[in-house]
Design a binder for this molecule. Sequence first.
Ligand SMILES: [Zn+2]
Ligand SMILES: [Zn+2]
Length: 335
Amino acid sequence: MTMLRAMVLERPGTPLRPREGAVPVPGTGELMIAVTACGVCRTDLHVVDGDLPHPKLPIVPGHEIVGRVAAIGPDVTGFSIGKRVGVPWLGATCGVCSYCREGRENLCDAPLFTGYTRDGGFASHTIADARYCFPLGETGDDAEIAPWLCAGLIGWRSYRMATAGAATQGFALGLYGFGAAAHILAQVAAWQGCRVHALTRAGDAAAQEFARSLGAIWAGASEETPPEPLDAAIIFAPVGALVPLALKAVKKGGRVVCGGIHMSNIPSFPYALLWEERQVMSVANLTREDARDFLAIAPQASVHCTVARYPLAAANEALADLRDGRLQGAAVLIP
Ligand SMILES: [Zn+2]
Ligand SMILES: [Zn+2]
């Protein structure tokens, strides 16, 4: 008999523990998915480390899930057994709050988040609300697609905010922090004609070389001034001190978009850095429209993820490697 295997967080600040149990049965509107790959996102690290308040406990983290539909609950349409699907961070929304009604379901007042307030994909099987699952087709490797489900989607939403109202051709875009999200977005942005500048920790020659290999026209340290004023910058690193640095690098009217769910405090800075209609904004979560748009565009842009694969039981090692900056690209758990 098939058993559920999962890596479970019982208390923030403690390692995940392996757990076995019965394979879950999908309820009304739900799919049961046999997980084939689940990416490890910085948000998982924030959940595990206790940076984010009120997780469901115990919780199975993981919100970059690729798998196959293994069972279908009542009242589900559009899915069949064996179909490859993806499950993102947005696990469910209420559908009735003002944000949901305005098409801004990413800001829903009563959402569920995969791997945070409902169990996620650090497991052999998971349950998901079918309305928030996406067909993935059959092209591409499961592990290499998994990071699309959050790093890709959050990067895409950040990019849409950064470039809103502008042509992407020739757009000077700065990416601060060159981890999983930036390594995907650099490929999409370069494909759309952006002039991508990657800014990394000083002395991280490997990350800078990696960025150039993925389409960045320039890569350097965050403290450096890029060779041209930026139209916009996106900050993926969870480092508040990057906000004034990025403001310094953007031109008049330029935007600085913070793509992370958690960041260290932003130091005070002179008003002159914000003056001339520069903007600082954050991006929260995703909408299903973001997912549909990005999942259509990523194959066209031939996005290729660099992944480090870990067995499910090595989830703690994967989290430690992410925490310590030892990864290039994205960590992916294989159950
Ligand atoms: Zn809502
Ligand atoms: Zn994430």
